[in-house]
Design a protein around this ligand. Structure first.
Ligand SMILES: [Fe+2]
Ligand SMILES: [Fe+2]
Length: 410
């Protein structure tokens, strides 16, 4: 047996060596000592010096647009089955690009539609109106608004992550696949959120914009790990949850703003929440399609993800001063009722109901276990949330100072 194994190994090694040789062009192998070939490689960028044939000889391949695209498309995946499944419903994703995402350009809403027009004759009055309305908004609402804005402004992180989900990446930056179009379209819509909130806050004059900008820079530098592990199933489970969470949070900030008479801020938050609602729909329908094709696979990933908590995208935020910044911001959001532990439980409940997870049949024994676990979660979370919120009711509210509002306490 060992000798057979040795022979097999030798065969593999020798075939690997011939594969390497086959992909190493003569120009490259001889270039180490040859002055001529070094010069050739040096000038490959200049088409007037190097012919296409020479270029191909040097590189060993024909780099026309088509073959470049093919080379860049991944052929080996960590989750080949998951990629196969999501590729199977590409037509639906194409439809989502048309039906769910807004038209771009003139027809799409833009941040400027909800802000004073500084080029208008009455720009000063428009700005004064915004600032007057903002006077009535308490600091704690500003803290939540800033936290939400910082989260939105870390969009480069989210687009980067979306591009790690196998099968939905955009390898050349202008890839024509439905998934790549979705990812770019989604990003272009999300880009308006941070933009709008940032400009609004700037105009109010109520917040320390520099401290906020420091926080944004730190957050993008730190990144965040939602535990998707490049798996599109996990990625879309995460985004299904997260888009709904942001819809809830922005929507509630809007309601609070209205209570304090800031109708302009209410409109802004409602507009953003509307976007999140559309995105939520799309990501949840991607998961519905996965469930039709691979219910076992999705349930296994969902169960595994739920054993850890769903990580919030701004978890690693810091302003360089407050080591507990995220926790302190979350505490204010919870106190204001903008985003609470009950919301967390209700989002899971919504996903369980929306995907009718309790009604799935024909599952593997392992997936059945996960089904049972996931379906019981919302009630368990809700009880825990209610218990901890009731307990907190009696606690003395501890205020923290935030650099975002010039170290005032909230
Ligand atoms: Fe957003
Ligand atoms: Fe979003």
């Amino acid at each position: 047996m060992p000798s057979t194994r040795t022979a097999a190994l030798a065969a593999v090694l020798s075939s690997a060596a011939s594969v390497v040789a086959a992909f190493t062009s003569p120009a490259v192998t001889s270039s180490a000592t040859s002055k001529k070939s070094t010069t050739s490689i040096y000038s490959t960028v200049d088409p007037s010096v190097v012919t296409k044939k020479e270029y191909q000889d040097i590189c060993g391949v024909d780099f026309d647009d088509r073959s470049m695209q093919d080379r860049l498309r991944k052929t080996s995946y960590l989750y080949p089955k998951h990629v196969e499944v999501i590729e199977d419903f590409e037509p639906l994703v194409n439809q989502m690009v048309d039906d769910i995402l807004l038209e771009t350009g003139e027809k799409a809403w833009q941040p400027q539609d909800y802000l004073p027009d500084l080029a208008a004759d009455d720009w000063l009055q428009q700005t004064k109106d915004l600032r007057e309305a903002a006077e009535g908004i308490p600091d704690e609402v500003f803290v939540v608004l800033v936290g939400d804005m910082v989260t939105e402004e870390a969009l480069p992180t989210y687009q980067t992550l979306l591009n790690t989900f196998e099968g939905c990446d955009d390898p050349i930056g202008t890839t024509d696949s439905a998934w790549a179009k979705w990812s770019r379209g989604w990003t272009s819509e999300e880009n308006r959120h941070g933009d709008l909130l940032n400009k609004y806050l700037y105009l109010t004059g109520k917040t320390d914009m520099r401290a906020i900008e420091v926080t944004i820079q730190h957050l993008i530098t730190s990144g965040f790990n939602p535990g998707a592990r490049k798996d599109p199933y996990r990625g879309f489970l995460y985004t299904s949850f997260q888009e709904r969470a942001t819809k809830v949070s922005h929507g509630n900030v809007g309601k609070v703003a209205k209570d304090y008479g800031a109708k302009d801020l209410q409109r802004i938050c409602a507009k953003i929440a509307g976007d999140e609602g559309r995105h939520e729909k799309a990501y949840q329908s991607f998961c519905t399609e996965i469930l039709k094709r691979d219910p076992d696979g999705l349930l296994m990933e969902f169960g595994d993800m739920m054993r850890g908590q769903i990580v919030m995208p701004a978890e690693l935020m810091t302003d360089g001063k407050d080591a507990q910044l995220y926790e302190n911001f979350s505490a204010v959001a919870q106190r204001l009722g903008v985003y609470t532990a009950i919301d967390y439980a209700e989002i899971i409940q919504h996903l369980v109901d929306h995907w009718k997870l309790g009604e799935l049949t024909g599952l593997s024994p392992e997936a059945e276990k996960e089904q049972e676990y996931i379906c019981r979660l919302p009630t368990r979370y809700k009880k825990l949330a209610e218990r901890s919120m009731n307990k907190k009711k009696d606690d003395v509210v501890e205020l923290n100072s935030f650099s975002w509002i010039f170290d005032r306490k909230a």
